[in-house]
Structures are given as structure tokens and as C-alpha cells.
Design a protein around this ligand. Structure first.
Ligand code: KIV
Ligand code: ZN
Length: 505
């Protein structure tokens, strides 16, 4: 058997993942996730697309300037301005990578770019060379490579490597490939591109046919050395290759693949939970590796087998992917240090001041509910990290009256610049609708509700309600989240969170 090969894990949750609907993050959320990705042990973090927006630029710059422990990467089209902007954002990093891309498939050449093959090669070479002028770690992606003619793909890959690309990524941009074909494409490149040994071949699969993980595995089995993936598989349309699935497939079937990674697999579940609490995008219960039911055995025969010998029905141990043995953690008498420890285990890095603020809220919550679970702690920390960015409007109080057959009446009091404002609303189809109207009246903003979801943050009837809203305002969708033991209060907090995002966007 050949030697075990180490696969580079390139995480693009903050770039390809973040650009998908419902997953946008603000700066402090991106920093929090970047730290969790470092703790998880990913090798490369694609932190954003700096020219795409000031927010993307700022996030890549801040992560590059303040964090250590991974290579930080910024995306750029093969345009001088993009590449210059990417470098401007990345230059403070200890290890940085510029990732340039240009579409190569016939469909993209003809209809999107209106460029000939020769022009594509020239633009790709110029882009790579400009990036190499700044940084010795340069990745090139022929976008829609999976639908690019093989001869032309070989030409582009060879030219990009000649120009100095140290990684050449093969994107299946539209999730069209199937595993055997993806593996054969990688093998074809390894066999035919003469300078292929001077670069790492990478794979980047989208999940439109549900094949992103299988295609990525087939690629590494055939010689690719890097996988591009996202936590929980978030990303454009049906998402990207799921980091936790592809990593655990290689680890659990090391006997078959003979591949390994630097991933600290015990951080998989905490990182997945952190992303869910930041974006509100919750994975399905039966999601492999990180879903709530991923290790739940219901059938009697299975339970019996498990009791006799775990491996009869279990191919991975829940603790290996970071499921806590027990979720019940703290209560009224727990101290600040215990709270800090648990928050750290969940992936949150709190400074002294933040910990004190979370602890104060924790004490108030512990007065309302006896048992404080991980989900409660995550919610408290999230609430606190939003408080860091000085919201324009903050919540003061509400009253609500609602009964069968009568119009609801809701009064909301908010504060801005030290002044309090109250408004009541006495019609609508329920207290939430009335609360929306009251907030609209106070803030003067038009708030169109696109989505409204309530979940319980943890177990039990006294659980906190976690509300997630999507609000449409002037052509843009904003997300908001609120958590409280009172669901109406949680709803107002979520609306307000979205309002503050509108104001600061
Ligand atoms: O899917 C894709 O083609 C991409 C590239 C920019 C790598 O995300
Ligand atoms: Zn992509």
C-alpha cells in the first residue's frame, strides 16, 4: 500500500458559504467563526472576496491582521483591481494566499465572458502572475472546470502552473459531475499535465445532485491534494461539500482511502453548532456526523446490539466528532469560571469583560429556569456578541394582550441614544404581527417579513424560544435572531436585531 497522504482542508464557509441566502454574517460573527475554524484545525481559511463589498474587505483584513494559525485566503477575479484589493486585505497575514478564478467551460466562454480560448489563457496567466507578484502562495480556479473540454482544461492548468500557481483548483461549479467522472478528470490531469508535480491539485464541489462529498472523495482518491468545503455544507444553492462529512469519511475509512487531515474531529460538532447559532440555518436532524439524530439508535434490535457491542451498529464514536456525553451543564450555583470553561468548549472565546456580561445574563436566566444547557449558553453568548457592536435600537419592554376572537394589543418600548420610545398596535392577525407593526411605527422603517421561525433552544417546557426572522427592506434581505424564555419577547428581539442590521449595513 502507498504511503498515507495528508489532504489539505481549505474551508470556504466564510466565502462560498457566506454568499448563500440566509447565511450572511457581520464582522464579529466572521471573526468568531474564523477562530473556531482555526481551533478545528483547517489548513486554509478563505475569508472572503475582498472586492465584492466593503464588508468582505474588512473581514479579510481584520482576520489577516489579528489571527494566526492558518493560511488566510482572499478570492479575486483575474482582474488587476480585484487582485490588488485582495492583497490589500491579506497583506497583514502571517501566511496568505490569493485565489484567482476565471471560467473556462464553453458555455461560460461563449455566453458569459464572450472570450476565445486564447484570451482565456492569456487572462488567466496575467491574473496568476499579478498575484504571484504579491504572494508566493497563489491558487487558480478554472470556474466550471467539470464542464470544460479536457484538452482545453489541460492547457489552462499547465499555463496557470507555468505562471506560478501553487494550487490549481478544479471546481464543479454547478454540481454536475458524478463521482467516477470527477475522479477520472483528476487522474487525467495528473497523467497529462506535464508540470502538474509543481502544484497541488484541489477539488471544489457543489451539491446540486447531492454528490459533493462523493465527488470530492473520488477526486482525492485519484490524486487531488486539497479539498474545498464548508461547515454544515452551506453554500450557493444546494451548498458545497460538507467539511464534517468528507473529513469523517476519510478518517473512518482510512483503511480504504489511506488519507489523513489535520482536523481535530472533536471540534466538528461545536463548530457546526456555532455556525448554526450565528446564521440560524439549522441542519436537518438526520444530517450525517452533526445532526441531532446522527448517533441516535431507535430500533430495538439496534439498541440491543449496541449494548452487547457498540461496533455492531456504530462506525464512529459520538465523542470523536464532539458530541458532549451530557448536555446538562450548569445551574444557579455555577460560577463564572465554569461558565467560561463551558463556553470555550462550545467554541466561544470571551474576554474578561464579555464573560462578565454573559455571566450576569446567565444568572438572570438561572433564576427563570433550573437547568442551563449548551444551547442556552450559546444563545447568551450570541446575544452578548451582538451587544458588542452598540445597536442603534435596544429593547426595553413590551406588553401583549391576546385572546380568541379579539384583536391583539401590543405595546413595545425601545431605546435609542438614551431616549425611550413607546408605540402600541391594536390590530393584526396576532401579537407577532402587532409587534412588527409597533416596531415599524417606532423606527420608521418598512419591514416586510419573508420568513419567521420559532424553535426551542434546548429541551423542556421552560426552554428559551429562539426566533429567526428574515426581513426584506429596500431590496435587501436582513436576518435577525432573538432568544428569550418569552416567545413574544424573543420575536421582538429578532425583529430588532434585523432592524439594527438594516441601520448599520
Ligand atoms: O464554485 C466555484 O466555481 C467557485 C470558484 C470561485 C472556486 O466557487
Ligand atoms: Zn463554489
Amino acid at each position: 500500500m502507498s504511503d498515507n497522504r495528508q489532504i489539505t482542508i481549505f474551508d470556504t464557509t466564510l466565502r462560498d458559504g457566506e454568499q448563500s441566502p440566509g447565511c450572511s454574517m457581520n464582522l464579529s460573527e466572521k471573526l468568531e467563526l474564523a477562530q473556531a475554524l482555526i481551533d478545528l484545525g483547517v489548513d486554509v481559511i478563505e475569508a472572503g472576496f475582498p472586492i465584492a463589498s466593503p464588508g468582505d474587505f474588512e473581514a479579510v483584513r481584520e482576520i489577516s491582521n489579528t489571527m494566526r494559525g492558518a493560511t488566510f485566503c482572499g478570492l479575486a477575479r483575474c482582474h488587476e483591481a480585484d487582485i490588488d484589493r485582495a492583497w490589500e486585505a491579506l497583506k497583514g497575514a502571517e501566511q496568505s494566499r490569493i485565489h484567482v478564478f476565471l471560467a473556462t467551460s464553453a458555455i461560460h466562454r461563449e455566453f458569459k465572458l464572450r472570450m476565445s480560448r486564447e484570451e482565456i489563457i492569456q487572462r488567466a496567466v496575467d491574473g496568476v502572475k499579478r498575484a504571484v507578484g504579491y504572494c508566493d502562495d497563489v491558487e487558480f480556479s478554472p470556474e466550471d472546470a467539470a464542464r470544460t473540454e479536457h484538452d482545453f482544461l489541460c492547457e489552462v492548468v499547465e499555463a496557470a502552473i507555468d505562471a506560478g500557481a501553487t494550487t490549481v483548483n478544479i471546481p464543479d461549479t454547478v454540481g454536475y459531475a458524478v463521482p467516477e467522472q470527477m475522479g477520472a478528470t483528476i487522474k487525467m490531469l495528473v497523467d497529462r499535465v506535464p508540470n502538474v508535480d509543481k502544484a497541488t491539485i484541489s477539488i471544489h464541489c457543489h451539491n446540486d445532485l447531492g454528490l459533493a462529498v462523493s465527488n470530492s472523495l473520488s477526486a482525492v482518491a485519484n490524486g487531488a491534494g486539497q479539498i474545498e468545503c464548508t461547515v454544515n455544507g452551506i453554500g450557493e444553492r444546494a451548498g458545497n461539500c460538507s467539511l464534517e462529512e468528507v473529513v469523517m469519511a476519510m478518517r473512518t475509512r482510512e483503511d480504504y482511502f489511506n488519507l489523513s487531515t489535520n482536523i481535530n474531529t472533536e471540534r466538528l460538532v461545536p463548530t457546526s453548532r456555532l455556525l448554526m447559532s450565528i446564521t440560524g440555518m439549522v441542519v436537518q436532524r438526520n444530517k450525517a456526523i452533526v445532526g441531532r439524530n446522527a448517533f441516535a439508535h431507535e430500533a430495538g434490535i439496534h439498541q440491543d446490539g449496541m449494548l452487547k457491542e457498540r461496533t455492531t451498529y456504530e462506525i464512529m464514536r459520538p465523542e470523536d466528532v464532539g458530541f458532549a456525553k451530557t448536555d446538562l451543564v450548569l445551574g444557579k450555583h455555577s460560577g463564572r469560571a465554569a461558565l467560561g470553561d463551558r463556553a470555550r468548549e462550545l467554541g466561544f472565546h470571551l474576554n474578561g469583560e464579555q464573560l462578565q456580561a454573559v455571566f450576569e445574563e446567565f444568572k438572570k436566566l438561572a433564576d427563570k429556569k433550573k437547568e442551563i444547557y449548551d444551547g442556552d449558553i450559546a444563545a447568551l453568548v450570541q446575544q452578548q456578541s451582538r451587544g458588542d457592536s452598540e445597536p442603534a435600537w435596544s429593547f426595553v419592554s413590551f406588553t401583549a394582550n391576546s385572546s380568541t376572537g379579539d384583536a391583539p394589543k401590543v405595546t413595545v418600548t425601545l431605546e435609542k441614544d438614551g431616549e425611550q420610545f413607546s408605540e402600541s398596535w391594536e390590530e393584526g392577525d396576532g401579537p407577532i404581527d402587532a409587534a412588527f407593526n409597533a416596531v415599524e411605527k417606532i423606527t420608521g422603517l418598512e419591514l416586510l417579513c419573508k420568513d419567521f421561525q420559532v424553535r426551542s433552544a434546548t429541551l423542556g417546557r421552560d426552554a428559551q424560544g429562539s426566533v429567526q426572522v428574515e426581513i426584506f427592506h429596500k431590496g435587501v434581505t436582513y436576518r435577525g435572531r432573538g432568544v428569550s424564555t418569552d416567545t413574544i419577547e424573543a420575536s421582538i428581539l429578532a425583529i430588532l436585531d434585523a432592524v439594527n442590521r438594516i441601520i448599520t449595513s
